[in-house]
Design a protein around this ligand. Structure first.
Ligand code: HPA
Length: 267
């Protein structure tokens, strides 16, 4: 970790980002527009490379509305074969760089039958069905405690702020529970039925490990899902990664405006 932080801090000449954003599938444009310093993951000691199409794989630093922001343009997923600890390593790096607020974004399948592709959902809570937990292993007391509380992983005040910003921009947002599976296979109709029965509104293959680690480290988390498709049993037709990327592409400008507004209003 010391090596990673030293390398990054040299590149950003001592800047202290206070807001972190992890940009999900097809949602990386914000980091193209606001990019002062970009460091490919491959160049960073002890970072892992991102292997999924639609994910660029670089850490981008920029001033946005007077705030220092660090963005992950592309994330690492458990299904790529990385350990869950490796997947969440960048969140710990952000914490060490000074990040206090972490905005997690993703493309997700809509489980709630009132959701349509192109909807944005503010994550109110999550269900971890990945079969693992990023905090397994020896605990680093400098980051957080062994048995961290998880009653308000997604900060209510940030959800209210995001709702307020969406209203101002006349963007309609939903709210709901995100359930994470390991992937990479999409869910079967029976699994979507199970997710709905468990109380999930959206399903995906990311975000939850990062949210657990961020909350454990004492960061305030906001989660936004871009509903890219109706999950399995609801739509009736076959699902492809292409469809996920295409829908994310259609919604990216309202998504970007919402994030920018949230950053402005955080002041
Ligand atoms: N299931 C899981 N992950 C996803 C989906 C889905 O339907 N859509 C986008 N990511």
């Amino acid at each position: 970790m010391e090596e990673t932080i030293k390398f990054i801090q040299e590149k950003i000449s001592g800047q202290q980002p206070e807001i972190g954003i992890i940009l999900g599938s097809g949602l990386g444009e914000l980091a193209d527009e606001y990019c002062e310093i970009a460091i490919p993951y491959n160049d960073i000691p002890n970072f892992i490379k991102s292997t999924v199409k639609g994910h660029k794989g670089r850490l981008v630093f920029s001033d946005i509305a007077g705030r220092q922001v660090v963005m992950m343009q592309g994330r690492n997923h458990f299904y790529e074969g990385h350990s869950i600890q490796e997947v969440t390593y960048p969140v710990k790096v952000m914490k060490k760089l000074g990040v206090k607020i972490l905005i997690l974004t993703n493309a997700a399948g809509g489980v709630n039958e009132t959701f349509s592709p192109g909807d944005l959902m503010l994550i109110t809570d999550h269900i971890n069905c990945m079969g693992t937990n990023p905090l397994i292993g020896e605990n680093d007391e400098t980051l957080g405690e062994r048995f961290p509380d998880m009653t308000e992983v997604y900060k209510k005040s940030l959800i209210s702020l995001a709702e307020h910003c969406a209203n101002e921009l006349q963007i309609h947002v939903k709210k709901g529970v995100y359930l994470a599976n390991s992937g990479p296979s999409y869910e079967t109709p029976a699994e979507i039925h199970m997710a709905r029965t468990l109380g999930a509104d959206a399903v995906g293959m990311s975000t939850v490990p990062e949210a657990i680690v961020a909350n454990y480290c004492g960061m305030n988390v906001l989660g936004i899902s871009c509903i890219s498709n109706t999950a399995s049993s609801t739509g009736g037709s076959a699902l492809s990664h292409k469809e996920v990327i295409e829908t994310a592409g259609k919604i990216k400008s309202s998504f970007k405006n919402l994030i920018l507004k949230i950053i402005e209003e955080l002041n």
